[in-house]
Write a protein of this length. Structure first.
Length: 159
């Protein structure tokens, strides 16, 4: 093979450990996680980088002036929301980096397999004639039977 981006592989026990770790992560985060309907997501006030500083300053000012706030204003809940946001965001950054590597590895593995399949098919096409693999070669060739390409059709129509 001329390409091998991903040459390390996990065995069944290692994949089972990965699945167990994902299950553990789901179990650990389940009490915190919520699912918002698309309408809720669309209508939710978003906290961006500038808004985050505002929230922190507002918490400080509100905490220092709690007597001015209505009785039903729950400053402790606001404090917990911000603390949980910080903790979750730190994990989200780590998971995002991990998922980028997962996606890159998935792409590399798929590319390696596709390059190997194309190389093998090309070899069978060239050297497999009369070797009892014609039917298998034709079966593999169906992947490329998409009919005439649009460029060929357009050229034929213009001629």
């Amino acid at each position: 093979m001329t390409q091998n981006f991903a040459s390390r592989h996990l065995d069944d026990a290692q994949w089972a450990a990965v699945d167990q770790a994902i299950d553990g992560l789901n179990t650990a985060l389940e009490p915190l996680l919520v699912a918002l309907a698309s309408e809720q997501q669309r209508r939710a006030v978003k906290m961006g980088d500038g808004s985050e500083a505002f929230c922190r300053q507002a918490l400080d000012v509100i905490s220092e002036n709690i007597a001015l706030m209505p009785r039903n204003f729950d400053v402790d809940e606001m404090r917990r929301d911000l603390a949980s946001h910080d903790a979750l965001h730190a994990r989200a950054v780590r998971l995002t980096r991990l998922m980028e590597k997962v996606h890159d590895t998935d792409t590399a593995l798929g590319s390696d397999a596709m390059v190997a399949a194309l190389e093998g098919y090309a070899f069978l096409k060239a050297a497999g004639k009369g070797e009892g693999v014609d039917a298998l070669r034709k079966l593999l060739g169906k992947r490329f039977d998409n009919g005439p390409r649009k460029v060929e059709v357009a050229a034929a129509a213009g001629a």
